[in-house]
Design a protein around this ligand. Sequence first.
Ligand SMILES: Cc1ncc(C[n+]2csc(CCOP(=O)(O)OP(=O)(O)O)c2C)c(N)n1
Ligand SMILES: [Mg+2]
Length: 609
Amino acid sequence: MNTIRLTAAQAMVRYLSVQYNADNVPFFGGCWAIFGHGNVAGIGEALHGIGDALPTWRAHNEQGMAHAAIAYAKASNRKRAMAVTTSIGPGATNMVTAAALAHVNRLPVLLIPGDVFANRAPDPVLQQIEDFGDATISVNDCFKPVSRYFDRISRPEHLLTALPRAMATLTDPADCGPVTLAFCQDVQAEAYDWPESFFAPKTWKPRRPRPDQDELAAAVEAIKQAKNPVIIAGGGVHYANACATLRDFAHKHGIGVGETQAGKSALPWDDDLNLGSIGVTGASSANAIAENADLIIAVGTRLQDFTTGSWALFKHPDRRILGLNIAAFDGSKHNALPLIGDAKVVLRELSEALGDHRFEQPDPALKRDWIAAVDAATATPTGNTLPTDAQVIGAVQRSLDEDSIVVCAAGGLPGELHKLWKTAKPNGYHVEYGYSCMGYEIAGGLGVKMARPEQEVVVMVGDGSYMMMNSELATSVMLGHKIITVILDNRGFGCINRLQMATGGESFNNLLDTARHVEPAAIDFTAHAASMGAIAEKVSSIDELEEAMTRARAATKSYAIVIDTDPLPSTEAGGHWWDVAVPEVSVRPSVNEARENYQTALKNQRPGD
Ligand SMILES: Cc1ncc(C[n+]2csc(CCOP(=O)(O)OP(=O)(O)O)c2C)c(N)n1
Ligand SMILES: [Mg+2]
């Protein structure tokens, strides 16, 4: 056996640089790194040595760079991913939230936090946590519940099994999620004689499992028995590259489609059978059909509460769920009839088996009325009151072309975008709503731009999310990956303030002006963004916003536009109840009243049914 002598870190980066996807493109678009003593000498030196074969990018926050990596994978429909390395201790734990985000969204990312010395010689090394009862624990154990595969590399040769296993997880459509390889800092630097064959280029072709024939037959039977079916399109439709197949399926069989946050843009917004968004932030058209549906054909969705209206949306007494999913875990939820396999392959086989079976198309008036409501909400306001989020969305949409991508994650905007954004093409809508993580937006926008450099990437972000994490705006400037950031300043956590009031609470500790501050807040977002190198301007009307968007589109570097917005209104059309528990006892009448309404609403909930 021919061997080659390398350190463990050198072997790892060399291995990563020769993994390819089915398009013969390197699977890893690069490696984000913030160095500390836990990775600079071992992994840092190795990354320097591998050069452009696995390019290294420097960022400003470990969570942020992991968000960028995850967004890159999502925007690539999981065909490509990135590695992310941190030091030990705080650098590592800064990345735990991002791991959870990738885990929830089933997105691939390779996380490589440094870990304490395997030989324990310097114990406790700087930043070692020291568990009092278990010497094998380091802070990296925090990654275990939020990783699809976790390993600790405490000997160089562990990589011989760990790296192929990592690749198998990252490229498996059903198991896909974050992989964490906690890499002991002394081991990174240890040499080993590696078999040369370990570094042979390898191609990972995603498998497309066909359905089990009994499950397929049962699904055909269920569809034939149904009278008013509806399709839910989830993120899995995109990851299976099944958007066109789903559209064909819907049209051939006359079934309307409601889109989840991750599924949105599966069908063009103006397709007759695209009924719009579904669920808590859903379109009236999709929700009306879903309420009466006797069969819910759930394609590639986790069926989270925003999709199911906390399991109160589907009201038909005999309704069934058909769970078409690559993962049995998701396809079997809530007593669904499972139909496990690749969405594209399964939809084709299902369609063939259904033959000419066709339903009466949903009433087109439902969609027409909904689009009229969207157009009303997003129209330029007359008068000079503060604009709503919806009006800002309208202006941003009007200033973009069909290839642009909107990016968002938390606050009031995701719900508004879900209802109102008109996506013409798949992947034009990138809202992280599995973890809905404040601080994903700007870093995520950077990752999207790295995956799709030819397309305009527009990040829409609230003041709260901007304040939580904005430092990768500077990274976008320095790396030359232009993003447009539209900052909606409503002086606080507007959506949580609305939720607080809707659950009977007093406006308290959400808006800047109802918090215990001794100095009124006056955050200058324009100056802040400009200080990081972005071109920045503030606008004071919807018309000015559209003009600024023209300048932003013409610019070649990252651009920030700030606009003051009204924290109170949100789009009333559409939507559905969402389960947020209201206190059972309170001295406040408004809470007691909200509790009564809550108890009434709970009667529609059908958990487990
Ligand atoms: C990391 C994180 N912390 C807390 C929350 C809960 N949360 C959801 S939205 C929100 C407020 C967001 O404020 P902003 O970005 O200004 O948007 P707005 O609600 O004003 O539209 C909070 C605190 C969250 N989603 N993520
Ligand atoms: Mg806000």
